[in-house]
Design a protein around this ligand. Structure first.
Ligand code: ADP
Length: 334
C-alpha cells in the first residue's frame, strides 16, 4: 500500500469535526473511523457532522467516541450521511457554518468528498481561522493531485462483478451489450473497468465516439467468427441517454445490442480491502497533517506515497485521463 510521511506534531487542537459530502463512495466509513480514532488517540475531541454541509450549517453535530466508529470499517455508505448543499456556495451561508464551528470550540474540519466538497473546504479555510483538510472521496477518481480516491477500487470491482455476469448472457445470446458506468466528466472508471473486463470497446467523455468505426468493427468481428458477442463499456457522460442512443445507432449496422445501466449500485457495497486501507491511512494522516500545522490541503496519493496537495490547485486544475491507458483499453481487444 502507500507509504506514510513522517510529520512532526507542532500544534494542539481543542476539537475537530469530520463530515462526508457530495456523492457517497465506499470507504467513507473507514475514512471517518481513521479520522476519529487518530484524533482520539491524540486526546482531541471529535464531532461528527451529519449530512455534509447542510448539517454543518444547521448545527447537526454529535460527539464521536471510539465506539461510534466500531464495526463500520466494512460498511458501504457513510454513517455520517451525505448531502448536497447548493447554498454553501453563498459566503453568507458559509459564515453560518463557521459560526457553528466556533461556537462549539472546533478549530479544524476534515471533509471527505469529491471536488465540489473540497471546494467548500477550501472556502472555509480561506474565510476563517479554522484549519481545513480534504480527503478525496469519489468513485470517479477524477480529482487533480491524487492518483487514487476512496471508493474507486470498490466501484471498479462492483462493475466487474456485474459485467462478468452480463458476459454470460451476451455470449449465450450472441449479442453485444453496452454497459453504462458512472463518469459524467471523466472516463477513469470506464477505462479501468474496460481493461479489467476485457471489453471490446470503451466510450469516454474525453474522446469522441466513432460510431461508424464501432459498428463496422462489431459487424466485422461477427462476420469473421471472431466474436459475435461482447461488452462495450460506456461512461455516462454529460449527455443523458447517450448509451441508448449509441445502441440505437448500432442497430443501423445490423447489430441488436442491449443496454445495461449499472447506476447507483456502483456507489454502494462493502469497500474493497484496497479502499479500506487507503481510507484508513488518509483518515489517520489527516490528523497528522493538522498536528503538523497544515491547512487548506487535500491528503492524497502520488508515486506510491501519501502526500499533501494545496486545495487551491486541487480545485483549479483538471485531472486528465492518461491517453496511453485509454489506448491500451482499445488495443487489448484487437
Ligand atoms: P462532490 O463533492 O461529490 O463533487 P458536489 O459537486 O455535489 O459533489 O459538491 C458537494 C457539495 O460541496 C455541494 O452540495 C456544496 O455544498 C459544496 N460545494 C460544491 N461546489 C462548491 C463551491 N464552488 N463553493 C462552495 N461549496 C461548494
Amino acid at each position: 500500500m502507500y507509504s506514510l510521511p513522517d510529520l512532526e506534531p507542532l500544534k494542539d487542537f481543542n476539537a475537530i469535526a469530520v463530515l462526508t459530502s457530495g456523492g457517497d463512495s465506499p470507504g467513507m466509513n473507514p475514512a471517518v473511523r481513521g479520522v476519529v480514532r487518530a484524533a482520539l488517540n491524540q486526546n482531541i475531541r471529535v464531532y461528527g457532522v451529519q449530512k455534509g454541509y447542510s448539517g454543518l450549517v444547521a448545527g447537526e453535530l454529535r460527539v464521536m467516541t471510539s465506539a461510534s466508529v466500531r464495526n463500520i470499517v466494512q460498511r458501504g455508505g457513510t454513517i455520517l450521511k451525505s448531502d448536497r448543499c447548493p447554498e454553501f456556495k453563498d459566503p453568507a451561508v458559509r459564515r453560518q457554518a463557521i459560526d457553528v464551528l466556533q461556537r462549539e470550540g472546533i478549530d479544524a474540519l476534515v471533509v471527505i468528498g469529491g471536488d465540489g466538497s473540497l471546494t467548500g473546504a477550501h472556502c472555509l479555510a480561506e474565510e476563517s481561522d479554522i484549519a481545513a483538510i480534504g480527503l478525496p472521496g469519489t468513485i470517479d477518481n477524477d480529482i487533480f493531485g491524487t492518483e487514487d480516491t476512496i471508493g474507486f477500487d470498490t466501484a471498479v470491482n462492483t462493475a466487474l462483478d456485474a459485467i462478468d455476469k452480463i458476459r454470460d448472457t451476451a455470449s449465450s445470446h450472441e449479442r453485444h451489450f453496452l454497459v453504462e458506468v458512472m463518469g459524467r466528466n471523466s472516463g477513469f472508471l470506464a477505462t479501468h473497468v474496460g481493461i479489467a473486463a476485457g471489453a471490446e470497446m470503451v466510450v469516454v467523455p474525453e474522446y469522441e465516439v466513432q460510431i461508424e468505426q464501432l459498428g463496422q468493427q462489431l459487424s466485422d468481428s461477427r462476420r469473421s467468427g471472431k466474436g459475435s458477442s461482447g461488452i462495450i463499456v460506456v461512461a455516462e457522460g454529460r449527455d443523458p441517454g447517450l448509451t441508448y442512443r449509441l445502441a440505437q445507432q448500432l442497430t443501423q449496422h445490423g447489430e441488436e445490442p442491449r443496454v445495461c445501466i449499472l447506476g447507483h449500485i456502483q456507489r454502494g457495497g462493502r469497500p474493497s480491502g484496497h479502499d479500506r486501507v487507503l481510507a484508513s491511512s488518509l483518515g489517520a494522516m489527516a490528523i497528522s497533517y493538522l498536528l503538523a500545522g497544515y491547512s487548506d490541503i487535500m491528503v492524497g496519493v502520488a508515486n506510491g506515497a501519501i502526500v499533501d496537495v494545496p486545495l487551491d490547485s486541487v480545485i483549479r486544475y483538471r485531472k486528465g485521463l492518461d491517453p496511453k491507458l485509454f489506448e491500451l483499453a482499445l488495443l487489448l481487444h484487437k
